[in-house]
Design a protein. Structure first.
Length: 297
């Protein structure tokens, strides 16, 4: 299969591109700069120049491929509405291009934001509806294309996708801790975040691209929930700082955007995904990667 991958030079994208190529697929990666293009080339993939605001380039890349993996996101912590806008626009552009073709579209979504009081499952419908919602409501928008002969697959990623070079939520927390002189957690720190190792995530994305029926929800979750206090204490050991409790409001004020998630309980199950796709996560745990020094920088 010839696969067009957005976000191909990113933290998750590089692992996905390598996984696809190792499985015998040809890959073309979207690259917004010469630096990004060089990364994509080193992985053994072809380069398609463009970015999330260049919808023409995205449509062209999708049109020329047998399937699409959409991982790119602006991750603009200071302006999340801009990230949401770009996400909705790019998903719609790809889906419209693939409409009527029965080609697969696997796109990145998330397990956060459900507030169910229990672990989120693959059977739960995303509460994000419309362009002003989280991720621009892209999951619900994309799922409408299953009835238009697009093999749509939502890959709901755990809040923490971890490995060496992770720059996500845990890295942001570690950076904030160094500036504050302590590693914070909210309240008693009993709230939990789901996590998955990057290698396990890449393998599941490939399985979804190859075999998942239209309308499938994949939960890219290796650990259902890791208590925030345990995360903070593990970081504290590595950084040589105390782990201390703060109020959720103070955390939100001290750590822009990411801080408001530190007091949220966001557990998620991947039981159905594991059963349906014979997927067994085998990479290191989040605490293993913290202990290995991946967030010491």
């Amino acid at each position: 299969m010839h696969v067009f991958v957005t976000g191909a030079s990113g933290f998750i994208g590089t692992a996905v591109v390598s996984e696809l190529i190792a499985a015998g697929h040809a890959v073309t990666g979207l690259a917004r700069s010469e630096d990004s293009a060089s990364i994509v080339k080193r992985l053994g993939a072809s380069v398609h120049l463009g970015d999330l605001d260049d919808l023409g380039a995205i449509r062209a890349g999708a049109a020329a491929a047998d399937g699409v993996v959409h991982l790119a996101n602006k991750h603009d912590w200071a302006n999340p509405s801009e990230s949401n806008r770009a996400e909705r626009a790019s998903v719609e552009a790809i889906a419209e291009t693939l409409a009527g073709s029965r080609r697969p579209l696997v796109f990145a979504s998330g397990v956060a934001g459900f507030s169910l009081g229990r672990p989120v499952t693959e059977n739960d419908t995303s509460p994000a509806i419309g362009p002003d919602s989280a991720r621009g409501g892209a999951e619900n928008l994309a799922m409408d294309y299953a009835s238009r002969d697009v093999r749509v697959v939502s890959a709901r990623f755990a809040a923490s996708v971890h490995d060496k070079d992770d720059h996500g939520f845990i890295a942001v927390l570690a950076d904030a801790a160094r500036k504050m002189g302590r590693v914070p957690y909210a309240g008693d720190g009993a709230n939990q975040w789901p996590a998955v190792h990057r290698s396990d995530a890449a393998r599941l994305v490939r399985l979804g691209l190859e075999d998942a029926p239209a309308g499938t929800i994949l939960h890219v979750v290796g650990e259902e929930g890791v208590p925030l206090r345990e995360i903070a204490e593990a970081l504290a050991v590595r950084l040589g700082l105390p782990a201390t409790s703060m109020s959720a409001d103070d955390l939100a004020a001290k750590i822009p955007f990411v801080g408001r998630f530190l007091g949220v309980d966001a557990t998620a199950s991947s039981q159905l995904t594991r059963q349906r796709f014979d997927w067994t996560p085998s990479g290191p745990t989040l605490l293993d990667d913290i202990a290995a020094g991946h967030y010491d920088r």
